[in-house]
Design a protein around this ligand. Structure first.
Ligand code: NAD
Length: 506
C-alpha cells in the first residue's frame, strides 16, 4: 500500500469526521420531506460514497418557491436600505472565507478537483463575487429621460421577483455566486439548484447566507436531479426568471419549459469548444505554451472556456506540438487532496466513460500524448492529459465539447483559413489569438464569433469582466455590471404635472 502524504492524511481525517447536510435549505433552515428519494454523492478521488443527498422533487421546489415568493412580496429584503443589504452580502462573503476549509473540502471531494484550487479559486472567487456586488449595488442609477416641461419621465430598474438558478458542477460555488450575488444585490429572492454531482457546497452556502443576516426565504437551496428538481424549477409558474449554466442540450429543454409554462425570463450560459489560434510570430513563446496547456488541462479540461482546439500556423506546428507534449507531462493527474496536485480527477465515472468513449470512437488524427485512464488513487476516475494531432475539422472530436483534458491540434496556412476554422463550431464562448501583429490581432478579435476573446493571453478572468457567449453557448452574461441588468426589469414611468403646476401658480 502506498504511504499517504501528511497533507492528504490531514484532509482525510477532517473528511472522516464530517457529516455533511444533505437536505434542502428552505426558509432559513434545513428541511426534510417525507417522500424524498436519495442519491449517492460519490467522491471521484477514490470512488467512495460521500453522502446520500435528498431529492424531494416538486415538493421541495414548491416549498422553496412559496417561501421565496412570500419573502419577495412582503419586501423584507428588496425594501431594505441598500447600504444594509450591501453590509449583509459583505458579511456573507466574510463567512464564506471563514469557512474556507469546509467549502473547499466539499468542492474537492465531490468533483475531484485539487484542494489547493478549491480553496483559492472556488472559495476565494465565491467570496469575491459577493463582495463585488455588495460594492456595486448602489453604483447603478436609474434614468430620467428628456420629456415635455410639465412631465417627468423615468426609467427605473426593479427586481424580477423569484429567481431560479440552475448551475453545473465544474465550478459550482463560483458559478452559483455569479448568479445569486447580483440577483440578491438587486433585491430578488433566489432558489438555487446545484448539480447532483456537487450539492454539498451549495447546502453550506444556504446556512451561511442565513448566518450573515439574509432574511428567511430570500435564499433557498434545493438539491436534486435535473429531471426532477431542475425541470420542476424551469416549469414552475412561481419563478420569474431562470438563470442557467450547463450543457447546450439541457439549455434547450429549459428554454422550452420556460416558454411553455409562464414565459419566465431565461438567460443561458452553455457549452464551448473554444479555439486558440497560434500564429508564427508569437512574442513570448514559453508563456504561450504554458497558457495553452493550462487552458485545457486546468480543472481536468472540465471548464466551459477550456481552450480545447489549437489552430496553429503550419510553419510552427512541429515546434508547438513538441512543446505542448513536454508541458503535458507536468499535468499528470494525482491525488486531489495533495497540495501540489495540478490536475485531479474527472468528476464522475459516467463523465470519464463518456470521454473514453469519444476517444475510442475518434478516427481522426493521432493521439500523441496520453489518452489512458490512470489511478493515482485506487478506485478513482482519472485520465491522462491528452493531445490529438492532425484532426480533421469536420470530425466530432474537433466539434463537440469533450469536457475533459483532451486537446486537438489542427494546422492552417493563412489568416482566412484560421478564422474560418476558429468560427466553424456551433459554440461561441471564448477564443484566443497569439500573434505580435497588431492589425492581425485587431482583425481576429473583431471577426471571432465568441463572447470573450483574448489576444496573447487566455482565461484572464475577473469578476468585473462580463462572461458569456453567442450561438449555441447562449446569450446570457454573468459577472460585471451587466449582470445586474439580468436580474431587473425596467419600468418606464410618466408623471404629468399639469394639474399640480397650475394649482401651485394660482
Ligand atoms: P448539465 O447541463 O448536465 O447540468 C447543468 C444543471 O442542469 C445541473 O444542475 C443539472 O441537474 C440541471 N439539469 C439537468 N437536466 C435538467 C432539466 N431537464 N431541467 C432543468 N435542469 C436540468 O451540465 P453539467 O454536466 O452540470 O455541466 C457541464 C456543462 O456546463 C458543460 O457543457 C459546460 O460547458 C457547461 N458550462 C458552461 C459555462 C458557461 O458559463 N458558459 C460554465 C460552466 C459550465
Amino acid at each position: 500500500m502506498t504511504q499517504l502524504a501528511p497533507d492528504v492524511l490531514a484532509w482525510l481525517s477532517r473528511a472522516a469526521g464530517w457529516e455533511p447536510e444533505t437536505r434542502a435549505f428552505i426558509d432559513g433552515g434545513y428541511r426534510g420531506f417525507a417522500r424524498s428519494s436519495r442519491f449517492e454523492s460519490i467522491a471521484p478521488r477514490d470512488g467512495s460514497t460521500l453522502a446520500h443527498i435528498e431529492d424531494a422533487g416538486v415538493e421541495s421546489v414548491d416549498a422553496a418557491v412559496a417561501a421565496a415568493r412570500i419573502a419577495f412580496d412582503d419586501g423584507r429584503w428588496r425594501r431594505m436600505p441598500s447600504r444594509q443589504r450591501a453590509e449583509i452580502l459583505r458579511r456573507f462573503a466574510m463567512l464564506v472565507l471563514a469557512h474556507r476549509d469546509e467549502i473547499g473540502l466539499a468542492e474537492s471531494l465531490e468533483v475531484g478537483k485539487p484542494i489547493s484550487e478549491a480553496l483559492a479559486a472556488d472559495v476565494g472567487e465565491t467570496a469575491e463575487a459577493l463582495h463585488w456586488y455588495a460594492d456595486a449595488l448602489d453604483k447603478v442609477h436609474d434614468e430620467v429621460i428628456t420629456s415635455p416641461e410639465h412631465t417627468l419621465l423615468t426609467v427605473t430598474r426593479e427586481p424580477l421577483g423569484v429567481v431560479g438558478a440552475i448551475v453545473p458542477w465544474n465550478f459550482s460555488s463560483i458559478i452559483a455566486a455569479w448568479k445569486f450575488a447580483p440577483a440578491l444585490a438587486t433585491g430578488n429572492s433566489v432558489v438555487l439548484k446545484p448539480s447532483e454531482l456537487s450539492s454539498l457546497p451549495a447546502l453550506i452556502l444556504g446556512r451561511l447566507a442565513t448566518e450573515a443576516g439574509i432574511p428567511d426565504g430570500v435564499f433557498n437551496v434545493v438539491p436534486g436531479r435535473g429531471s426532477t428538481v431542475g425541470s420542476a424549477l424551469a416549469r414552475h409558474p412561481g419563478i420569474d426568471k431562470i438563470t442557467f449554466t450547463g450543457s447546450t442540450t439541457v439549455a434547450r429543454r429549459i428554454a422550452v419549459d420556460a416558454a411553455t409554462s409562464n414565459m419566465k425570463a431565461v438567460s443561458i450560459e452553455a457549452g464551448g469548444k473554444s479555439p486558440q489560434v497560434v500564429f508564427d510570430d508569437v512574442e513570448d513563446w514559453e508563456r504561450m505554451v504554458a497558457t495553452v496547456a493550462g487552458s485545457i488541462f486546468y480543472n481536468a479540461g472540465q471548464a466551459c472556456t477550456a481552450g480545447s482546439r489549437v489552430l496553429v500556423h503550419e510553419s510552427v506546428h512541429d515546434r508547438l506540438l513538441e512543446d505542448l507534449v513536454s508541458k503535458a507531462t507536468e499535468w499528470m493527474p494525482s491525488d486531489p487532496l495533495a497540495t501540489s496536485t495540478k490536475m485531479g480527477a474527472i468528476a464522475s465515472r459516467e463523465q470519464l466513460d463518456e470521454i473514453l468513449a469519444k476517444l475510442e470512437a475518434n478516427r481522426s488524427g493521432k493521439i500523441v500524448f496520453g489518452g489512458e485512464q490512470v489511478e493515482p488513487v485506487p478506485g478513482g476516475f482519472y485520465l491522462e492529459p491528452t493531445i490529438i494531432d492532425g484532426v480533421d475539422s469536420r470530425a466530432s472530436i474537433s466539434r463537440e465539447e469533450v469536457f475533459g483534458p483532451v486537446l486537438t491540434v489542427l494546422s492552417f496556412r493563412d489568416d482566412t483559413e484560421a478564422l474560418h476554422a476558429a468560427n466553424d463550431t456551433e459554440y461561441g464562448l471564448a477564443a484566443g489569438v497569439w500573434t505580435a501583429n497588431l492589425s492581425r490581432t485587431h482583425r481576429m478579435l473583431r471577426e471571432l464569433r465568441a463572447g470573450i476573446v483574448w489576444a496573447n493571453d487566455y482565461n484572464a478572468l475577473g469578476i468585473e469582466r462580463p462572461f458569456g457567449g453567442v450561438k449555441g453557448t447562449g446569450t446570457g452574461r454573468d459577472k460585471g455590471i451587466q449582470a445586474l441588468a439580468q436580474y431587473t426589469s425596467s419600468k418606464t414611468s410618466w408623471i404629468d404635472f399639469r394639474g399640480a403646476l397650475s394649482d401651485g401658480m394660482s
